[in-house]
Design a protein around this ligand. Sequence first.
Ligand SMILES: [Fe+2]
Ligand SMILES: [Fe+2]
Length: 276
Amino acid sequence: MAAKETIISDLPAMPLVAQRVLAVAADPNSSVNDLKRAAESDQAIVAKVLRIANSSLYGLSRRVHSLDRAIVAVGFGTVKRLAVAMSMHGTYDVMGDQENCLWQHAVGGSIASFFLANRLKTEEPEAAFTAGLLHDMGKAILINRDGEAYSRVTDLISTGVQQSEAELSVFDVTHSLIGARALKQWSFPESVTEAVRLHHAPGRWAPEGDGPPVLAVALGDMFCHIIGIGCKRDLAVKDPSFQKALRLSGMGTSDVLEMLSRTKDVYERERGTFGA
Ligand SMILES: [Fe+2]
Ligand SMILES: [Fe+2]
């Protein structure tokens, strides 16, 4: 068994383009040209950002064909967020997401978390989108480190053991913590790292004004499991934190059903846009 500190000290490096894009996104003084310089070294990222900006998520009346036009149409902040998100797609591949199911779950999570943060009004939709996309990055890291050991985790979960307990017994660390530590090391903002760290323990977060989008990401994750967006072997839907998050959100059954159907519709319509 790898010790927790060994796994943490041996976290993978973030892809170079993602590092550059993230640095620009995190700098409040960065300019449109800074972002263009960082993103344009990978045309695939630019193309993906434009596809999402033109998707039904934003409902633009006219298509945009350049980063400049996208920035005018959906805002600099949104384009920065989309560029960061799409630059992370490659990270999932590098981490051994051979079935693409972690990425599919990530995309579903980002869409659901974004809608939920808008619905809850107390949480930041932009951070929710990014945290929703990256909430299970820790799983990709653990699978990449030792896929066989992670199979033992899923075997334990299928016998009824809680996911965090199963991960602790095999890896000495949970995917929530390792994902949050990696994202912190890669300089993601605290609103994102905290939402990732607490996505299976939303009850531990005590909201005080504007905080990280913990509820949106915890619920967005569970919505995806209910709809069936993600890896089949992943049975986290039994997670007791779901009921807790639901109570804290104050949403009723009709709200939940509406959010589920909206997430499913938009995911099915837009998954190709995200390469999922
Ligand atoms: Fe998770
Ligand atoms: Fe998840």
